[in-house]
Design a protein around this ligand. Structure first.
Ligand code: GLA
Length: 383
């Protein structure tokens, strides 16, 4: 299923749309977050892994801006200064605006995009697009940006321009991912550390599109900001919610409304679980890692209230069938569940998840697997 090359797809889309060959091709991966959910905008750690499924951006210089995607193969002429249109081109416009702000944009370009990532499945297709576009367009503009600069351009494109109040996790793994590793990213300090992950992850799509989650994500972010402001009345120097310890939780509970206290409890316990998970992965202790994932899902379900029943069912089925662990990954309110299994039992576990899910929801979930893959890279233009 992952055999299709997005670079080849984007290159041939470029040629058929613009009757010429692209000058540059770049691809960037989607991601699964093993654990550390809703911690990246609260100063906590995250532990994402880059997927083999990628988004490719091919481009060549042009007067003006022309964008086309395999989604509908329709070329759109776009004015960068005009208000955003509310479709996928907003992400590219955001990237161009942010590249201009640092003097790294070309004057105009033809751009063709293709992806093997499902959109709206919580696997970070938007960061794969913005990071790949930031690299492709800056190369066209004659600049070689560092991975750190690519993260900033892509983050601002999504956060400041498109208005999704995300953290920096998705852009960071898309830019810094490396094959065979997970990335422990401490968002408060910016430190990144690669943790060997020789195994394979399973992705079970709930089939519930998380596109609408952007509103929910922004709402959760506001709740966390409100909770932080209230916590500062008790701890005036507090920089981030993730800086609280589990010992502080009784005080949090006594000081905040139950819903806000629950959000804080998730952030604090998830921060603890994520650091433990990175240690477990480094030791190769998949049992401990999996147990932490399942606990993390429970915290999302009960305290952060970002899961959906389809995801809860997949996690339950996976754990019943002897998976190491399973957890809804990404923003939530739909999307996909990441499942870690003993290699020799994975086929049986996936068959049982499919059967149980179909029995309950009347349709089979889409399931696939990936090994940890590499981050953004320049590709050879292929015909
Ligand atoms: C989305 C955001 C990320 C992160 C996750 C939740 O994927 O883009 O920055 O906040 O949700 O962990």
């Amino acid at each position: 299923m992952t055999r299709l090359s997005p670079v080849r797809l984007a290159s041939s889309l470029f040629e058929s749309s613009f009757s010429s060959r692209p000058a540059v091709a770049v691809s960037a991966p989607g991601r699964v977050n093993l654990i550390g959910e809703h911690t990246d905008y609260n100063g906590g750690p995250v532990l994402p892994v880059a997927l083999e499924r990628r988004t490719a951006v091919t481009a060549a210089l042009e007067d003006g801006w022309f964008f086309v995607s395999v989604l509908d193969a329709t070329v759109r002429g776009v004015e960068i200064e005009r208000p955003l249109r509310g479709d996928w081109t907003d992400y590219l416009v955001g990237v161009v605006r942010e590249l201009r702000a640092i003097g790294a944009a070309p004057t105009g370009a033809r751009v063709a995009v293709a992806s093997t990532l499902p959109v709206g499945a919580g696997l970070s297709s938007s960061a794969a697009l913005t990071v790949a576009a930031a690299k492709a367009l800056s190369l066209l503009g004659g600049r070689r940006l560092t991975p750190g600069q690519l993260v900033e351009v892509a983050y601002r494109a999504e956060h400041d321009q498109v208005g999704v109040h995300c953290g920096r996790m998705d852009q960071t793994i898309a830019a810094h991912g490396a094959a065979g590793t997970a990335l422990l990213f401490e968002t408060a300090t910016g430190s990144i550390q690669r943790v060997p992950f020789p195994g394979r992850m399973w992705v079970v799509e709930t089939g519930v599109s998380h596109r609408l989650s952007e509103g929910e994500l922004n709402q959760r972010r506001r709740e966390c900001e409100e909770a932080l402001a209230l916590c500062r009345r008790v701890w005036p120097g507090l920089a981030h919610l993730a800086d609280l310890s589990t010992d502080d939780l009784p005080t949090v509970k006594a000081s905040l409304a139950p819903e806000l206290a629950a959000r804080v409890r998730h952030v604090v316990t998830e921060t603890f679980r994520t650091r433990m998970a990175a240690d477990a992965l480094a030791r190769g202790d998949m049992g401990q890692l999996g147990w932490l994932l399942a606990q993390g899902h429970e915290s999302l379900r009960v305290d952060f209230q970002s899961t959906v029943v389809e995801a809860d069912a997949i996690v339950e089925l996976a754990m019943e069938q002897g998976a190491h662990g399973a957890r809804l990954t990404g923003a939530g309110w739909g999307g996909a569940v990441v499942v870690l299994t003993p290699e020799d039992r994975s086929a049986r576990i996936m068959a049982e998840i499919t059967r149980g899910f179909a029995g309950r929801f009347g349709r089979e979930p889409v399931i696939w697997s990936s090994r940890p893959a590499s981050g953004v890279r320049r590709e050879t233009v292929r015909g």
